[in-house]
Design a protein around this ligand. Structure first.
Ligand code: XBP
Ligand code: MG
Length: 238
């Protein structure tokens, strides 16, 4: 099976959106709702082990604010809080606060020009992606698996399986790009090999099963993609 598609994670991989984007937006939403919660950088690093914003808020509330977590309308309260968080996040992006990581745009353009299909597999909310990616890159993306399109978020493989189904591709025709261990496990769980570009929030994690680990995608060209692909599935029965 030859390489046919690249599947990109969003947060952390396309841009370093977590610490100065999502985290700040969550804190703004908490303050606005009158909640005495504040997620500092160290706490947020731990909370990133929970994929998905709504799931992250619920996981935190269960540990730190059991009264809030046991409210009968907890799901609705989290949905409302999260909608406000998304509004704050989009406002931060609109200020131009968060650039793409080095090499991302170049690689997406080169891969597309070489005939590779591009997709996204993320736990984040769909409107966050169109706000982050410039329109000329967004049009190159054929399939977006995002947010609640699947009920189980990363590290579950579901969002990657959704992308494979939608694009009618086997895992062995794809490479994934991730920044986190939950993302790596999600891709691998769907049978897709992943290249990892960690961030300051994930570089301490064990990326043993990764196909490669790099500081960024800068300098990665199409030839390298084909070398990785050959290496990935040579030893893989799937
Ligand atoms: C990372 C996440 C997301 C964001 C917040 O997603 O876990 O939850 O932190 O996004 P990715 P929402 O798979 O792109 O790394 O609040 O919109 O869920
Ligand atoms: Mg990520």
């Amino acid at each position: 099976m030859e390489l046919k598609a690249l599947i990109f994670d969003v947060d952390g991989t396309l841009a370093e959106t977590e610490r100065d984007g999502h985290r700040v937006a969550f804190n703004r939403a908490f303050a606005e709702a009158g909640l005495p919660w504040h997620w500092d950088v160290d706490l947020y690093r731990e909370l990133l082990l929970i994929g998905g914003g709504k799931e992250r808020v619920l996981g935190y509330a269960r540990a730190a604010d059991p009264v809030f977590a046991s409210a009968p309308d907890i799901d609705e309260r989290i949905r409302a809080l999260h909608a406000e968080k998304t509004r704050h996040y989009l406002a931060l992006l609109a200020e131009g606060a968060i650039p793409l990581r080095p090499g991302v745009a170049t690689l997406m353009r080169a891969a597309h020009a070489a005939g590779l299909r591009l997709a996204i597999a993320t736990t984040t909310t769909p409107e966050n992606i169109t706000a982050l990616l410039p329109p000329d890159l967004m049009t190159l993306v054929e399939c977006v698996g995002a947010g609640d399109v699947v009920p189980a978020k990363k590290p579950a493989p579901d969002v990657y399986e959704y992308v494979l189904r939608t694009m009618d591709l086997p895992a062995t025709a794809c490479l994934a790009f991730e920044d986190s261990r939950i993302g790596l496990d999600a891709a691998n769980g769907a049978g897709i090999a992943a290249v990892i570009t960690p961030t300051d929030d994930t570089r301490h994690l064990d990326f043993g099963p990764a196909l490669a680990r790099l500081p960024s995608l800068e300098g990665v060209g199409v030839d390298q993609l084909h070398r990785w692909h050959a290496q990935a599935y040579l030893h893989c029965a799937r």
